[in-house]
Design a protein around this ligand. Structure first.
Ligand SMILES: Cc1ncc(COP(=O)(O)O)c(C=O)c1O
Length: 469
């Protein structure tokens, strides 16, 4: 809704934003009246808004700012590539040098077995692409009925029609007429909210695998094409799988000839203390989705990595309709590829995966020290610099808040007032941390101090409002 502005004075950006822009993942009626935070600059671990408020970015933007803000080397590479070749497409036989270098390097960095890369611009596009790749794979194998996808509750795979359908968060489906047909959901690895009958984590693994097997049998194994999972669920609450989970899932999938897609959009590129999270979790993917840390958010770029098992079938297609009719205007963008290469150079040079492992372990330890016996903190979990601090109405019984949206609102406000940005939850109250991977122990101490004050304040507010009852 355009508003009148006085050209002689600086525009009221907040007012203009409220009037003009539809923000995702906000309630639109609130967004149209609430304060807008106009971020203006950033450096290292911190971002600053147009009122001069500086925030410690504990969420790494949207879990994507891996090398930290203000990397001049990336800006220089981007400027040089803009000047030399600002754009060309990668359809047909066209390519560009930064892209070729990037693909070569990614296939060497990725878990064993990945042989081809498809490039896109977002994690959602990558997951949509996976669906098309898998459909084509089974069509070429003469199995037109093997088309369904199994995804998991609490998962987040993106916002496009297909990726939102894969996602297992109700808000992604409600009022959007999703999921699309052919997508079914199985249980998440939410040990904290496990049924009362479940004991040790190994029993939980068996419970989840039995559930998956029953779902496959119910749907008909000949109809199931692929299973998609985040190695560690991010947006859905930083859910770490119980021991042996992916090994056992893979055994079931292999038995039924079902492909395994690892959505490493958050977990890739050092976030969990290794280049990718899959190997340490015994997750052996047939396909992988990557985005976010690929460029540390400096450019929208994503990709799908294909194992030989899948790629060989696609490449063997000699039919007259063999055209792989898929791609986007920005697929394989030369500036994006140059930025990704510069980003990976920094990660390698500074061993950011190693730093994430080291500082992440320290941060988890400090958080556990700070919150031991805290009246609201139910669980602290994570790996590397991907950490969730979940709040419960009663941590001793793991009882969740009946009014969790209200408590989540209090938590997000308290963190904001402490000038600490964290990621929130959608069906629970959680402070999720995914800070830049160059974080130091001093940064970790600062996060603990600010989060500690914020959660203490929420505790007092919850008590005063009777929200733990
Ligand atoms: C695991 C996962 N997959 C896919 C996506 C979608 O990525 P994008 O927002 O770039 O479309 C996200 C975004 O948060 C994600 O966390």
């Amino acid at each position: 809704m355009p508003t009148q502005t006085n050209p002689a004075s600086a525009p009221d950006f907040e007012q203009l934003d409220r009037a003009d822009i539809v923000h995702g993942f906000a309630t639109l009626h609130a967004q149209a009246t609430n304060d807008v935070v106009v971020i203006q600059s950033a450096d290292g671990m911190r971002v600053t808004d147009n009122r001069g408020r500086e925030f410690l970015d504990g969420g790494g933007g949207l879990w994507c700012m891996n090398v930290g803000y203000g990397r001049q080397a990336i800006a220089d590479v981007a400027a040089a590539q803009m000047a030399k070749l600002p754009y060309f497409h990668s359809f047909g036989l066209f390519s560009n040098e930064p892209l070729i270098r990037l693909a070569d390097r990614l296939l060497k960095l990725a878990p064993p077995g990945m042989t081809r890369a498809i490039f896109c611009s977002s994690g959602s596009e990558a997951n949509d692409t996976q669906i098309k790749v898998v459909r084509r794979y089974n069509n070429l194998l003469g199995r037109p009925e093997k088309k369904k996808f199994i995804a998991r509750l609490s998962s987040y795979h993106g916002s496009t029609v297909a990726a939102a359908s894969l996602s297992g968060l109700p808000m992604m489906h409600e009022k959007f007429d999703l999921p699309i047909p052919g997508i079914v959901h199985t249980l998440s690895t939410d040990y904290h909210r496990r049924p009362a009958s479940i004991g040790p984590p190994e029993q939980f693994t068996q419970y989840l695998v039995d559930n998956l097997t029953q779902l496959i049998e119910r749907e008909g194994p000949h109809t199931i094409a692929a299973f998609i999972a985040e190695p560690i669920t991010g947006t859905g609450g930083v859910l770490v799988p119980p021991p042996g989970y992916f090994r056992e899932v893979k055994r079931v999938l292999d038995h039924y000839d079902i492909l395994l897609i690892a959505d490493e959009v958050i977990t890739g590129f050092g976030r969990t203390g290794a280049w990718f999270a899959s190997p340490a979790l015994e997750l052996k993917p047939d396909l992988m989705s990557i985005a976010k840390g690929l460029t540390s958010g400096y450019f929208p770029m994503s990709g799908c990595l294909l194992s030989a098992k899948v790629a060989d079938v696609l490449y063997a297609d000699q039919s007259s309709h063999a055209m792989f009719a898929h791609g986007f205007t920005w697929s394989g963008h030369p500036v994006g590829a140059a930025i990704a290469n510069a980003n990976l150079d920094i990660m390698e040079r500074e061993d950011l995966p190693g730093n994430a492992a080291h500082v992440g372990a320290y941060l988890i330890e400090r958080l556990r020290e700070r919150f031991t016996g805290h009246p609201l903190v139910g669980e602290i979990r994570g790996k590397g610099l991907l950490i969730g601090i979940e709040l419960d109405a009663d941590p001793t019984t793991r009882k969740p808040f009946a009014q969790y949206p209200k408590v989540s609102g209090l938590l997000s406000k308290a963190c904001f007032d402490e000038r600490l940005l964290v990621r929130g939850g959608h069906d629970r109250t959680i402070a999720a941390l995914a800070p830049p991977l160059m974080a130091t122990k001093t940064d970790a101490d600062e996060i603990v101090a600010r989060l500690g004050r914020a959660i203490d304040r929420v505790s007092a507010e919850v008590k005063a409002a009777g929200l733990a009852a």
